[in-house]
Design a protein around this ligand. Structure first.
Ligand code: ADP
Ligand code: MG
Length: 272
């Protein structure tokens, strides 16, 4: 794999919910001591079972949730708050302002996050709406769009703002299977076009293998690093035996419920 410059780095990150004072007594630890780094221009996928802390890790990258310990840095600068350099696309379809059209939603976001001229913004809005295939719906309001169209608009809005990294939290999780497959392929096409760094969270193995240059597998919650895999099959959506073999490998890592700490406890217990 080509060596990429580290862009977003998690360094021994532990994330927990609850009051500060309770954290010392354990609190509710959602992510436990995770270290990894997302390369510039990389599509990096985090996969793990439901409730393992995927969204929590993404929230830390977005700056919504400060680590209990460890650090998150973007381009060497510590992440301490949300910012337009790290935009999030969520699973929910209601991310757009309901009283603005598709064009209005993108225009509003671009005016807020860039110093572009009015004409520049207008051109850029049309360009990014075309990129996600929504030109014929550009003047529609969110309530007039399908779930897939709303997600396209949300993705176009984020990309148009030119973030350093796009954070995607199961963005296709609520779509029907056919639309989901099409959106995954389109995301790959958009990435080939723009080269945007993407951190993508999913619990779907096929999606992870189609999208990720690398795949980070988390243990069941509290999420710890189970494995970090180079994915030689990125962009290939086939029933090729090599792809299926790789999918099987990821699956085995996902269903493996052995916890490193439990395992060592068990060994100690057996010995004592
Ligand atoms: P995933 O995205 O992998 O399904 P989450 O990151 O949403 O998992 O959740 C990880 C754990 O943290 C779960 O046990 C969940 O119940 C808990 N959790 C998530 N959000 C909150 C919150 N705002 N307050 C308290 N606990 C939370
Ligand atoms: Mg989640």
């Amino acid at each position: 794999m080509t060596q990429r410059r580290p862009l977003l780095e998690f360094d021994h990150v532990t994330l927990a919910y609850g009051q500060q004072e309770k954290a010392s007594q354990g609190g509710h630890v959602a992510i436990d001591d995770v270290s990894c780094s997302v390369g510039s221009g990389e599509k990096f996928v985090i996969i793990g079972p439901s409730g393992c802390g995927k969204s929590t890790l993404l929230k830390a990258a977005a700056g919504f949730l400060p680590p209990k310990s460890g650090t998150v840095t973007l381009d060497g600068a510590e992440v301490t708050a949300p910012g337009p350099d790290r935009l999030v696309v969520f699973q929910e379809f209601d991310q757009l302002l309901p009283w603005r059209t598709v064009r209005g939603n993108l225009t509003y976001a671009l005016r807020r996050t860039s110093g572009r001229s009015r004409a520049d913004v207008a051109d850029r809005v049309e360009e990014y709406i075309a990129m996600v295939g929504l030109t014929d719906r550009i003047d529609a309001f969110p309530h007039q769009l399908s779930g897939g169209q709303k997600q396209r608009a949300a993705i176009a809005r984020s990309l148009a703002c030119d973030p350093s990294i796009l954070l995607m939290d199961e963005p296709f999780g609520a779509l029907d299977a056919q639309t989901r497959t099409r959106m995954q392929q389109e995301l790959n096409n958009i990435w080939r076009n723009l080269g945007t760094t993407i951190l993508f969270v999913t619990h779907d193995i096929q999606e992870a293998v189609l999208l990720g240059h690398r795949i980070l597998v988390l243990t069941p919650g509290p999420g710890r690093l189970r494995a970090l895999l180079d994915n030689p099959h990125e962009g290939t959506d086939s029933d090729d035996p090599a792809v299926l073999e790789f999918v099987g490998r990821v699956k085995a890592l996902l269903v493996d419920t052995t916890d490193a700490e439990d395992a060592s406890m068990a060994v100690k217990g057996a010995g004592g």
